[in-house]
Ligand binder design. Structure first.
Ligand code: ATP
Ligand code: MG
Length: 430
């Protein structure tokens, strides 16, 4: 990956000031590899374009140029903010000092010379990195009012880095203000929090500052929902969900959201009979998960998979009793590997016993692709050749035929055709 140093060399040779800036400086000082590199410079956008013929403007941010994978931006200060999202104007500046103060957090506000290692730190970023603190640059209430999304960014950085949020910065979070931010941007931040590692911590911080109740009230409702201690010695539904997330680490969105929402149906289905029960919480929860993720405008693909994960997460104890055909159909689902991972987390976040997980995993690894998805022994055309008119009965027969095949009752085309002709001549009730 381009690390920005060649770009900085070229800018400096042309007489401009240029530094690495922002998240990449934070990550390099922490000794972790940056996800992307940003360069700040005194060169104006047209001057950047003249030096780098392949440069083109980044759509969303006025005057920011993309050179290869590196964002190169002119030093700037922001004009007034009036909509809680973005400044009305930006002013180009000739030095990095003004550029530092428009950035969000001190740990994101430093400049680094990639050749000498010199750091320009006008905002106390190095000290906050050492203290592991996320602190707004300037007055936190003002900075959050300028751009409400920064409230979620504070949580995301604290969660991912394992930092604390400075008390004054935390206290300035106004949960209701997040409603002014487009749901797409909110979801993008939440999704990164869930997937970048530190999801359990992100949820605790969201809860502490009131954003959880605002954005995910159905998750907030898990708190205090007692469970039978023989299954859940760890505690209530919220404690269990956080325990799973602590075992998760960086994850795919479907696994992360599936884990967060797998028991979201429990608060509304809890009954106290012979013991505490949550009848149908998988089915109810799957519908709720669809509703929550639709509200957040997640992709249809993510919503479908999370609904599947939530609706199937209770099936593992039944595995040893399943007919071979049912078991194979369960194991061959495209998203089964994610369901298996969710189940592993479910075990680790409760009793810690992995028996049902190990059994499922062993079944899944021991069956070959051909056993799980054998080539069909016959087709709808074969059924019609036996004299059956087109209609739903053909699909039913093909599915029933596959069932016999998965059970191991039919293994050759001849056996399949003989079986089909018996079905076709039998009454339709079979
Ligand atoms: P990541 O590692 O997640 O990419 P990052 O710190 O690089 O984190 P980016 O969103 O890539 O975050 O932004 C790069 C830099 O731009 C930040 O470090 C920060 O200095 C500045 N920045 C980004 N978003 C904002 C914002 N909403 N308000 C103020 N400054 C911001
Ligand atoms: Mg970045």
């Amino acid at each position: 990956m381009q690390d920005g140093s060649e770009i900085i060399r070229t800018l400096r040779e042309a007489g401009y000031s240029a530094w690495l800036v922002g998240g990449c400086v934070r990550d390099l000082l922490l000794g972790v590899s940056p996800q992307d590199y940003d360069v700040a410079t005194s060169a104006r956008p047209d001057e950047i374009a003249a030096l780098f013929p392949a440069a083109h403007a980044v759509g969303a941010h006025f005057g920011v140029m993309l050179v290869g994978e590196v964002e190169v931006a002119t030093y700037r200060s922001d004009g007034a903010y009036s909509d809680g999202r973005r400044p009305e104007t930006v002013n180009y500046e000739t030095n990095p000092l003004a550029d530092a103060s428009r950035r969000d957090f001190t740990i994101n506000g430093m400049f680094l010379d990639p050749f000498s290692g010199e750091v320009l730190d006008f905002v106390g970023g190095r000290e906050d990195l050492a203290n592991r603190t996320v602190r707004a640059i300037g007055d936190p209430a003002v900075r959050f009012a300028e751009d409400h999304l920064r409230m979620l960014r504070a949580v995301r950085f604290a969660a991912r880095l394992g930092f604390e949020i400075d008390p004054a910065t935390l206290a300035a979070i106004d949960p209701a203000a997040i409603r002014k931010i487009s749901v797409e941007r909110v979801f993008a931040e939440l999704n990164r929090m869930m997937c970048e590692g530190g999801a359990a911590r992100a949820l605790e911080l969201l809860d502490r500052c009131g954003l959880l109740a605002e954005l995910l009230p159905e998750v907030k409702a898990m708190q205090g929902v007692e469970q039978p201690p023989e299954w859940h010695p760890e505690g209530d539904v919220w404690v269990h969900t956080l325990a799973m997330l602590r075992h998760m680490g960086p994850a795919k969105p479907a696994v992360a959201w599936g884990t967060l929402l797998h028991d979201v149906g429990k608060p509304v289905t809890q009954t106290i009979e012979d013991r505490i029960r949550f009848n149908g919480h998988d089915r109810v929860g799957a519908e709720m998960a669809r509703g929550i993720l639709s509200r957040l405008r997640a992709s249809a693909e993510l919503i479908d998979e999370v609904q599947y994960l939530v609706s199937c997460h209770m099936r593992f104890p039944d595995l040893p009793k399943m007919k071979p055909s049912t078991l194979k159909r369960f194991l061959r689902h495209d998203h089964f590997p994610d369901l298996l991972e969710l189940h592993r987390l479910d075990c680790l976040g409760s009793s810690g016993r992995l028996g049902t997980y190990d059994f499922a995993r062993q079944q899944w690894t021991s069956l070959t692709p051909d056993e799980l998805r054998p080539a069909p022994l016959a087709t709808g055309r074969d059924v019609m050749a036996l004299g059956l008119a087109p209609g739903p009965r053909i699909g039913e027969l093909i599915r029933a035929l596959e069932e016999e095949q998965l059970e191991g009752n039919l293994t050759t085309r001849e056996e399949a055709l003989a079986w089909l002709s018996r079905q076709v001549s039998a009454p339709a009730s079979t």
